[in-house]
Design a binder for this molecule. Structure first.
Ligand code: ZN
Ligand code: ZN
Length: 113
């Protein structure tokens, strides 16, 4: 069933026909940025691109990146984009992360629970 909802990004009313919480215009814009980010990283001469730098360049918030990442939008570049583990400070490709932790910290945390 379609609902009328407020776009989470621009606040405009739109007809919500799927689980998507942003309007068509913002969705298109987001797709465009995602494509640009992917090709930017793929074409970067460096071996790795820090996530901070990428977010800064494209003016994207980490929350937005996370949800797009979870949706599988950055699979192609997940070995080349790196982030700093918020626990141990190691630099790891985002492919090896769980939330904002490296896989070994994430494993440790899981064992502690
Ligand atoms: Zn919108
Ligand atoms: Zn770590």
């Amino acid at each position: 069933m379609a609902n009328v909802a407020n776009c989470k990004k621009c606040g405009a009313l739109f007809l919500q026909t799927s689980k998507r919480d942003i309007c068509d215009k913002c969705f298109e814009e987001q797709n465009r940025i995602v494509n640009e980010m992917n090709s930017y990283v793929i074409n970067a001469p460096e071996d790795t691109v820090p996530l901070d730098k990428l977010l800064e360049k494209f003016n994207m918030k980490i929350d937005e990146f996370e949800s797009l990442y979870v949706a599988g939008k950055f699979v192609k570049i997940s070995q080349k984009v790196t982030m700093k583990c918020s626990k141990c400070g190691n630099i790891v490709p985002i492919a090896n992360k769980t939330n904002l932790l490296c896989s070994s910290c994430a494993k440790k945390l899981q064992n502690e629970i």
